[in-house]
Design a protein around this ligand. Structure first.
Ligand code: M6R
Length: 349
């Protein structure tokens, strides 16, 4: 039941503060000493392999970064449909992220390795949950819109919690650092709600301005890159526009050739801002239009951010970019909840 919402996607975007609050209430307080891992029956891994597709792959990228930066644990993301390069390595924990738990590529990839598997999924009775040694449920409630929204923000929260628990268990994250990050996580649901209200009208206005644009480029740096990719995926799957996401430093190695007068380039603001500023000047020097997503005053899509960027980056930007993608879709007259050619669960390899 979508209640008074115009579509399920709008409803599910709105549900993110409540969904992340519920999840955090079950996770915060279990990170110190890595207790969460013990609760899941898992040992301390030497390295982590994350396997996922699509939007879940972007949550995996965020998780890998937090594992590396805070946990000092080698972590790599394997696109589930391309598992060949990931050879078995002792001491590896495989973390499979899938909202549906039925993605055939993820299930097939797991057959190749003998590692213990932790599933992060919104479907605790799915094939993935049955296959896994441990399950961390998202508890988001059903997600009907084909475009993943609330399951993405919850996957990031769950992945970050696992990464911090691994870091705490390995002694890489100090108790005081962990307490500081827990408090930033605790404030996340409120920031997602504030972002939704701050960004709603600007997202609609931007959709009006860009509705006729044939393509959009997304850039960011560092921890912002997975959110640039996620914003791009939302926009392309819903609007059928040509969209490309690249780390800002890669622009000059090819994609900058796409930029001409007025070409929209969505810049997901993230640390280090100095290095991102170089990318923005490269964009504006070509007469292209930089559309900033961030907490600064010149942002086109404003978001609410904590004082210091956390190691999981600007997760709040995901909400602003979801709103923008949905608004564009409505302008173009496309079906918001059921984009063409896509299924909610991709059960074929
Ligand atoms: O159920 P999963 O999380 O395993 O699904 C993976 C992808 O198919 C999925 O995230 C897809 O990219 C979404 N339509 C993105 O919005």
């Amino acid at each position: 039941d979508r209640g008074s919402a115009p579509d399920f996607t709008a409803k599910e975007i709105d549900e993110q503060p409540a969904a992340t609050r519920r999840l955090l209430d079950g996770l915060l307080g279990r990170l110190h000493g890595g207790r969460l891992l013990g609760d899941l029956g898992l040992g301390t891994p030497e390295r982590v392999r994350l396997v996922a597709c699509g939007t879940s792959g972007h949550a995996a990228e965020v998780t890998a970064r937090v594992l590396a930066v805070e946990g000092g644990i080698p972590a790599r993301v394997v696109t589930a449909s391309e598992p060949d390069l990931a050879v078995p390595e002792p001491g590896t924990l495989t973390v499979a992220l899938s909202q549906s738990g039925e993605t055939a590529d993820v299930l097939a990839a797991l057959d190749r390795w003998g590692d213990p598997v932790l599933a992060i999924t919104n479907a605790p009775r799915s094939s993935l949950a049955r296959r896994a040694d441990a399950v961390l449920g998202l508890g988001c409630g059903p997600e009907v819109g084909v475009a993943a929204t609330k399951t993405f923000t919850s996957q990031v929260v769950a992945g970050v919690a696992v990464a911090l628990a691994v870091g705490a268990r390995a002694g890489a994250v100090s108790a005081s650092r962990l307490a500081q990050l827990e408090s930033v996580l605790d404030g996340l649901p409120a920031r997602l709600a504030t972002t939704a209200s701050l960004a709603a009208a600007p997202a609609a206005a931007l959709a009006d301005e860009l509705a006729d644009e044939p393509g959009v480029v997304f850039v960011s740096r560092g921890a912002g890159v997975p959110y640039a990719r996620e914003g791009a995926l939302k926009l392309e799957e819903l609007t059928y526009r040509r969209v490309q996401a690249v780390p800002a430093g890669e622009l000059k190695h090819g994609p900058i050739a796409l930029l001409g007068p007025g070409t929209p380039v969505v810049v997901v603001n993230a640390e280090p801002r100095g290095r991102l500023a170089v990318g923005v000047s490269e964009i504006t020097a070509r007469g292209a239009r930089a559309v900033l997503v961030g907490a600064s005053e010149d942002a086109t899509l404003p978001i609410s951010s904590p004082a210091e960027e956390p190691p999981w980056g600007p997760l709040e930007a995901a909400v602003a970019l979801q709103l923008f993608a949905r608004e564009m879709t409505v302008r173009l007259g496309h079906e918001v909840d059921r984009p063409r050619n896509l299924a909610k669960s991709v059960t074929v390899e």
